[in-house]
Structures are given as C-alpha cells and as structure tokens.
Design a protein around this ligand. Structure first.
Ligand SMILES: [Zn+2]
Length: 303
C-alpha cells in the first residue's frame, strides 16, 4: 500500500504572473489526508478553490480554476510537480490570481517541494486504474487512455513551422523520470503569437527568462534543455491538467496535438465514464498465476 503524502513543512517562493506581469508570493502548506489539493487566495479573504475538474475555467493559453467569487490562473505546472512527486494533500496559498511562472517549467516547484520534504500520511493512496480504452477527439486533435500496469504518456505534436514540424516521445512516469526528463521542460510560444497576446493584455510577464520563444528562423533563447523540449513540456502540461481528476492515474495516456482545452475536457469525460476505470490502492495488479514479490493480499485481489 502506498500512503497519501503531504509536505513536511510550509515553504514559499516569489515570482511573477506570466499574463499579468505582477509579483506574486506562493506558499505551500501541509494538509491532512483525504483533503486533496486546494488553492487559497490570501488577497481575497482566504477564498478556497479546489483543484478539480469541476472548477476548470479559462483554458486558452493556460489552465485556470474559478468560483464565482474569484479564480486562480496558470495552475498546470505546479499541479504537474505535485502529481509527479506524489503529493496528494496540500494548500497552495497565493496573494494574486496567478501562480508564478518561475522559469516556465515545473523544476522550480520540484526544488521547492524537495526543500520542504515529503511526509507520508497514515491513509492509503487511491489510484484511478483504467480498465478499458477511453478517447476524446476534436478535429485532428486527440487524447486517449488505455489500460497499462503503470502511468505512461505518449505525446506527439506537429506545427506548421520549420523548427517544429513533428516531435513525439513516450515516458514511463516515475518520480525519477518526471524530475529528470519532464519537469525541466519549459513552456514555449511563437514570437508572432507573443505579439498578438500582448496586444490583448496577456503574456505581460513573459520573457526569455520564462519561455522558449520560437522566431521565424530559430529559437531566440538557445540552448534548449532537451532537443525535444517542446513535446516534453506538452507531457508536463497534460500531467498537470489530468491531475484535476483528483487521483494519480494508472494507464497509458496517448495525446496528439492536444492542449489545455482538450486535456481538461478529457479529464471531465474520464471522471464521468465510470465503467472505464476503478479506484485501487495498489497501482499494479498482479496477473493470476504469476508469482511476484507482492503482498499476498494484492495477489489475491488480482484473481
Ligand atoms: Zn505549460
């Protein structure tokens, strides 16, 4: 049995909001078992918004969560770090509507979580194990989950740009592979898109410090952290968005040309499709008749 986790102690960092350009302080606070991940707006009298599919709003260039009284924006990289490091219960306090963009990746949040340390709680972690394929497609964009004995992501992207025609990657996600291969991948954008966003009062905090910017002839801020940093970042975004279902997933996520809108719509469809998954306390089911170094109880449960 895996235990639910929170942080060992409270920890803070400061940065700027990608879209507003305003300074923001983020504080991660330990929370009890079975409470989940909550955002708290200290500047709005402590308004709390649960990180859940039901609160998704504003999904064009980042994922936002809202209640009528207020919202939190650009939550996906922090949520990816939390699910990647197996943190189930936490209060994320902000003094501003936007999670700071930091360097555009999840690596600064990984350092912050590691600095605080992880504390196991005395309650079993529940995993959402996919039992049959489930898919969502919009035009040529698609996303699907297939049964698999662990969490694995295959992502492919293609753009009409000489630098970024096609990239694909498959990662079997563990804490180590997340930290090494996915968390450091930065968000990216096209120079002409940045200009358009700014005209609409967005990306005001965007700079070469927090995003990979692709111009007509090349990347403006080389070197890249990985040759295929772009598709790795899409895996990061998908993990953060999918975490809004509230459980770590056991299954193979396959996405092609998807984005926040499709990721979050798929997360909602997954939760609604109750015959496509089951909640389990042991991520791996031992196939009948196969001797394995697993606890007796889980071997029996697999028959
Ligand atoms: Zn992103």
């Amino acid at each position: 049995m895996d235990s639910q986790r929170t942080l060992r102690r409270q920890v803070s960092c400061a940065g700027i909001g990608l879209h507003s350009g305003n300074k923001v302080t983020l504080t991660l606070k330990p929370a009890p078992a079975n409470s989940g991940i909550w955002f708290r707006r200290a500047d709005l009298g402590g308004l709390e918004i649960r990180a859940s599919v039901g609160h998704v709003a504003g999904i064009h260039y980042a994922t936002g969560l809202a209640r009528t009284e207020g919202s939190v924006e650009t939550v996906e990289h922090l949520l990816a770090a939390l699910v990647g490091l197996g943190v189930d219960n936490l209060v994320v306090e902000l003094n501003h509507p936007e999670v700071p963009i930091m360097d555009g990746s999840a690596a600064p949040f990984v350092y912050l979580i590691q600095e605080a340390g992880i504390r196991p709680l005395g309650a079993p972690k529940q995993f959402l194990r996919v039992t049959r394929p489930i898919e969502l497609a919009r035009g040529d964009k698609r996303i699907a989950l297939y049964p698999c004995d662990h969490f694995k992501v295959t992502y492919s992207i293609s753009f009409d740009h000489p630098l970024l025609r096609h990239q694909a990657r498959t990662v079997s996600v563990s804490e180590d592979t997340f930290i090494e291969q996915i968390a450091p991948a930065r968000t990216f954008g096209f120079l002409k898109e940045v200009e358009m966003l700014r005209q609409h009062g967005l990306a005001l905090g965007g700079s070469l410090e927090n995003a990979v910017v692709i111009g007509e002839t090349g990347v403006l801020n080389n070197p890249l952290r990985f040759d295929d940093e772009f598709v790795r970042h899409k895996i990061l975004d998908a993990m953060g968005d999918l975490s809004l279902i509230g459980y770590p997933v056991v299954g193979h996520l396959v996405a092609h040309r998807a984005g926040h809108a499709l990721h979050t719509a798929f997360a909602a469809k997954l939760l609604e499709t109750r015959d496509a998954w089951e909640l389990v306390e042991q991520p791996v089911t031992v196939p009948a008749g196969v001797p394995a170094a697993a606890p007796v109880s889980s071997a029996i449960a697999g028959r």
